[in-house]
Design a protein around this ligand. Structure first.
Ligand code: SF4
Ligand code: SF4
Length: 93
């Protein structure tokens, strides 16, 4: 009998977890009440969406399954709060 390797799902998840994705930090201008969509505008993969909130500007959310780790959003962020790092393993889509 052939040895059982990791499932395709596990391999895909492993790929997701091992490649860098955009991580949005606490200094996002939206948290200070300033409307900003620069990261979303800069993303060639359309991996950043903006979740509406009551009382604060929309919150930038990275879809880790779509983010390619290109870093365009890092340079575009006026709050200098985006870094590239290991995926959380979640999909915020
Ligand atoms: S790293 Fe690239 S693909 Fe990922 S969110 Fe930023 S701009 Fe989009
Ligand atoms: S570009 Fe930076 S400051 Fe602007 S919404 Fe994105 S993470 Fe927040």
């Amino acid at each position: 009998m052939e040895p059982q390797g990791p499932s395709r799902r596990a391999l895909f998840r492993g790929q997701l977890l091992s490649r860098p994705v955009a991580l949005i930090g606490d200094a996002c201008l939206a948290e200070a009440g300033i409307v900003c969509r620069s990261c979303g505008d800069a993303c060639p993969a359309s991996a950043i969406r903006f979740r509406p909130r009551i009382g604060l500007p929309p919150q930038a959310i990275v879809n880790e399954a779509v983010c390619t780790g290109c870093g365009e959003c890092v340079d575009a962020c006026p709050g200098a709060t985006i870094t590239l790092g290991a995926a959380h393993g979640g999909d915020a889509a």
